[in-house]
Each structure stands twice: as C-alpha cells, then as structure tokens.
Write a protein that binds this ligand. Sequence first.
Ligand code: AMP
Length: 218
Amino acid sequence: MRVVFLGAPGVGKGTQADRIAAQYQVAKISTGDLLREAVRSQTTLGLEAKSYMDQGKLVPDAVVIGLVKEKLLDPVCANGFVLDGFPRTVPQAEALGMALTASGITLDRVVNFQVSREDIVRRLSGRRSCQKCQATFHMDFARPKVNEVCDRCGESLVQRSDDRRDAIEMRLKVYDEQTAPLVRYYQERGLLLPLDGSGTVQAVFQHLSQELAPYRAV
Ligand code: AMP
C-alpha cells in the first residue's frame, strides 16, 4: 500500500494515517512530525524550519523533499507507506514522482480529505498535542482522562504554536494557494480518491479502510 493523504490542515489526515498504518502494517511518514522532531532536537534543519512552522508557512521544498527521500529508502517502508502532509506543493509532488519511479514503484491512491472550513477551525483551535509521543487530543471531542496530560505517555499536553488563530489562518491561506492545486494534479493522473472527513474518527476510518483494502499487501 502506497498512499498519500491530502487535505487542508485539521481535516484528520494524521489521525487517520496512524490508524491505517497500524491496521495495514505500513509506515506512516508525516513531514510535520519529522520537522517537529528536528525542531525539538535543535538540529540545523530544525532551527531553519522553526520560523516557517511557527508562522504557518511552508518549509522550503528542498528541505522536506530531502527528508522524505531519505525516509522512503528506510526498510520500514518496504511493506508500503502512508504519506501524511507530503507533498504540499507541485514541485514536491514532482520530486516524489521521480523518487518513486527511480525505485520502480508507483502510488496506489491519493486520498483527498474534505471537511468544511468552519469545522477545520474548530478542530485546530481545540487541538492539544503531546510533545513527547505526538498523540493528539481535543478540548471538546477527545479530552484526555487527566486535564492537559497525555493518556498514552503521561507527558503534558500543549497547544502547537501553529494551532493559534493567526497561524491557522495563514496555514489555510497557504493550503489554498500552494497545496490545493495538487487535487487537480492527482485527478489528472487518475489517482485521486475524494473522501468525506466530516464524520467521527471511527466512521471516517471505517470508510477509508474499506477504500484502501484493495491495496493491502498480500
Ligand atoms: P502538519 O503537522 O502537517 O500540519 O505540518 C506542520 C507544519 O510543518 C506546516 O505548517 C509546515 O510549516 C511544515 N510542513 C509539514 N509538511 C510540509 C511540507 N510537505 N512542505 C512544507 N512544509 C511542511
């Protein structure tokens, strides 16, 4: 299974990518997670990426393309992968296409998650994330058992700096300008799978998992 999860911030790509990766035993590659890890570890790449991320802007293509190419060569991807949040620009999509062709493989599907703007803003502004294990919670829909503490690892929860109101607006603008053209890009290549992401996590997962079942490893 080699799939891309496409959609505006807050549509649920990351949550569904975790579940699909676990169900079908494939790797989840989230550029957002990789970049946040680099920021936490204060690597050169992380220091460069931080200011873009805090403002809700895209990190330069060359940086993320390098990260993803390295990850795709990792043996954990041998059984397949879910790309979450990559590609986000046409040059990234082209670089991905070339990297896969060079390895003699192709994408199976590009899932386009669709959720209304109103719901996206509600989802993002109430989101709380674990700094350590990246688990996500929501102040209204998925509260942790203990306030502000991660159920999974016990670390304290934080609001991502880019989940603040001004950064959310910037991220949506960036999505419209730079990422939305990928819908047409993948439609033209016959890969696009539109998916209603507005239901509960479980309902969306059931639907998605049925759609992706044909691509599981045999
Ligand atoms: P995400 O967790 O996918 O919402 O990503 C958080 C932030 O990381 C984005 O707002 C960007 O600043 C950066 N980022 C993640 N993926 C990419 C990408 N494919 N291209 C450029 N920047 C990215």
